[in-house]
Design a protein around this ligand. Structure first.
Ligand SMILES: Nc1ncnc2c1ncn2[C@@H]1O[C@H](COP(=O)(O)OP(=O)(O)OP(=O)(O)O)[C@@H](O)[C@H]1O
Length: 273
């Protein structure tokens, strides 16, 4: 359950100075995406607008076909809108060339996928470094940063392991560390707990909570209410439009944390019997 509050205003208040206004990780205005299939036009996004301030934690939800993946592809610079704007920093992705999109995608967006998408032949540290490899930045400083990130997600004792030697939850931790290596505008996670059991889901959501507490901006797509309740805000799409934009109260977030921890404690207890 969430209480409904408008989380953004369309026009900036004249009483707030530029210095006081929160910086935006991204700003989306009247975003439209149409796909042309033979003679048919599919209007996957039909004028979506919202802002994501730095430090926000947004869950995107909606029924199948509502436009979540389409929005995620645009946020991840994997595709360009038909019209409207999507600002990353001061850059509008609608105006970028394909090369510029690829550049910003590899340098400034941190991806976490449901299926982890790790390279099987590489170790934990090497997988974390992959986004740096595309930039030709592979010195000792970058190696140190990758080790620190592995430690940050609790894999300090698994640095030389390969994905096949790790559990699903550990592989997702590697993916989270990899998503942070470039200091991204935001972490973009597509059903990050979709393949995980409740115990591991709780571990991953706790890492997201901690990263967000440290100021990281997180945008995730989920079908699960209990995952969405952990976010600060839930954006719901319906038929390609923004249907609702609700703030989760601290009480709702805390209750979701407690419920999940109790479920985990019960499962652990049962497993020990
Ligand atoms: N590449 C494409 N070509 C044509 N139509 C597409 C394409 N991608 C998505 N669509 C259509 O756009 C609409 C929105 O699809 P999208 O995948 O964004 O929805 P979704 O909310 O992510 O759904 P799901 O939860 O099932 O993954 C759907 O009608 C879909 O069939």
């Amino acid at each position: 359950m969430s209480i409904s509050e408008p989380s953004q205003t369309d026009s900036p208040s004249p009483f707030i100075s530029d210095a006081e206004r929160p910086k935006l990780a991204t700003s989306i205005r009247d975003l439209q995406k149409h796909y042309v299939l033979k003679s048919e036009v599919v209007r996957a996004l039909r004028g979506v607008s919202f802002d994501v301030p730095e430090g926000d934690y947004v869950a995107i939800m909606g029924p199948s076909g509502s436009g979540k993946s389409t929005l995620l592809n645009l946020l991840g610079c994997l595709d360009k809108p038909t019209s409207g704007s999507l600002l990353l920093g001061n850059d509008d992705i609608a105006l970028m060339t394909d090369n510029e999109l690829a550049e910003i995608r590899s340098r400034r967006i941190g991806f976490v996928f449901q299926s982890y998408n790790l390279i099987q032949q590489l170790t934990v540290v090497e997988n974390i470094q992959v986004p740096l490899y595309y930039q030709g930045a592979m010195g000792s400083k970058q190696h140190r940063r990758s080790v620190e990130l592995a430690q940050r997600v609790g894999l300090g004792d698994r640095l030389d392991h390969r994905p096949s030697q790790l559990s699903g939850g550990q592989q997702q931790r590697v993916a989270i560390a990899r998503s942070l290596v470039n200091d991204p505008y935001f972490v973009l996670a597509d059903e990050p707990t979709g393949n995980l059991d409740s115990v591991t889901t709780e571990e991953i959501l706790t890492i997201f909570d901690e990263l967000n507490d440290e100021g990281r901006t997180i945008i995730l797509v989920t079908h699960e209410d209990d995952v969405a309740e952990r976010a600060k805000r839930v954006v719901r799409l319906k038929d390609g439009k923004l249907h609702r934009d609700d703030v989760n109260s601290p009480a709702v977030r805390q209750a979701a944390r407690e419920t999940q921890r109790e479920t985990v404690a019960q499962l652990v207890k049962e497993a020990n019997l």
